[in-house]
Design a binder for this molecule. Structure first.
Ligand code: KG4
Length: 356
């Protein structure tokens, strides 16, 4: 099929994003991040919804302009249907419906979690012409130059999810392990908050960890059967550790911030990598990918590359632009669905929770 042009809209949490793809090549990806939540130490759903309403028109406009595409030339509108915050999703879903109706074109719904994984298949203009595989390595530390081949295992780690997913095709994905309580990103954010770092805490911990000693402190690692994860014990152990030490020295956090971040980050990475390694060995999969906001973590990226080297597994690490929430990944997922002729009705409502 030729000249398929899709506009995608992502509004599941606190990033308003729009992207345009033509014949499988990404033309634009524009994101407005909401700073309004910083002072609250977490996303405030009502404020997120209102900010999406303010951002969506200029963001879509910029994405179309940057792509050099007129809205009349669109073949379909893809949108994130869930999971996410309902008030946030509603803005993107309603906008997508209105635009599809106005132009009399089909709607394609996208599962946000699948989109994170399918970010590994995004091609951009230069890469599409430079590389036969079209892999957007874009200077990121990856030991693989091709898109993942099926089946592969994807470690999906974000603020709301920590899962090991067996990806059998663009459409067929099976969760083999997942967190039974907090997500890895949530553990980073909550521990950062305890240390008085701004929200979201993950990038702050990553930055500070580079200057610290990862062996300085030991924190609890969960003992959960199978390939499931748990991070709530780590958070509690971190909290109690700080509380006890603050009794002795009220400057304990300030004096040890880098070591605390490095030790905490190492613990989270060890937990993530150990289960992933076991799942890959048991399922005899030798291709691994990582996706979601926490995949921006430099320690996790290095640990995965090291894992790949030691086991001769291919490791796929996404460019930074596609780690946190973005519409480019929604566009890619929507493009695959469009080619399969999978459209959704105009009365499709957003959903807060869903599986892959
Ligand atoms: O995928 P994402 O943008 O949003 C959803 O949860 O859907 O992920 C956000 C999460 C936050 O918890 C944030 O702290 C974490 O990703 N994160 C990081 C880093 N960058 C973002 N965590 C650790 N290191 C980072 N460099």
């Amino acid at each position: 099929m030729k000249n398929v042009v899709i506009l995608a809209i992502e509004s599941s949490c606190d990033d308003t994003s729009a992207a345009v793809i033509r014949d499988g090549v990404l033309l634009s990806n524009v994101t407005a991040s909401q700073r309004v939540h910083e002072e609250f130490g977490g996303v405030v759903p009502e404020l997120a919804s209102r900010a999406h309403q303010l951002n969506i028109v200029p963001v879509v406009d910029a994405a179309l302009k940057r792509a050099g595409v007129d809205s009349k030339d669109l073949s379909a509108i893809a949108f994130t249907r869930g999971p996410g915050l309902l008030g946030s999703l509603l803005v993107g879903v309603s906008f997508a419906k209105g635009m599809a109706l106005a132009h009399n074109i089909p709607l394609v719904e996208v599962n946000h979690l699948q989109a994170h994984i399918l970010a590994h298949f995004i091609k951009t203009n230069s890469e599409a012409s430079n590389s036969p595989s079209g892999r957007p390595i874009g200077g990121t530390p990856s030991n693989s130059e091709a898109s993942p081949s099926f089946p592969f295992l994807c470690l999906l780690v974000s603020g709301g999810n920590s899962q090991i997913v067996l990806v059998k095709s663009h459409r067929e994905m099976e969760i083999v392990g997942q967190t039974i309580d907090d997500a890895a990103g949530e553990a980073f954010d909550k521990c950062a908050k305890i240390m008085g770092l701004p929200y979201p805490g993950g990038p702050w911990i990553d930055r500070l960890a580079k200057e610290g000693n990862a062996e300085a402190f030991q924190f609890a690692k969960p003992n959960i059967p199978g390939y499931n994860y748990s991070f709530s014990g780590l958070k509690t152990s971190f909290l109690y550790f700080l509380r006890d030490n603050l009794k002795e020295n009220e400057n304990f956090i300030e004096e040890n911030k880098a070591d605390l971040c490095a030790s905490l980050q190492k613990t989270v990475i060890d937990i993530l990598i150990n289960k992933l390694k076991r799942a890959a060995k048991d399922l005899k999969i030798n291709e691994i990918a990582v996706a979601g906001g926490v995949s921006a973590n430099s320690g996790l990226r290095d640990a995965l590359i090291d894992l790949g080297r030691r086991h001769r597994w291919k490791v796929h690490i996404p460019p930074f632009a596609y780690t946190t929430d973005n519409a480019a990944m929604v566009c890619q997922a929507g493009y695959f669905k469009f080619l399969d002729g999978e459209f959704c009705p105009m009365d499709a409502a957003p959903y807060a929770k869903t599986k892959i």
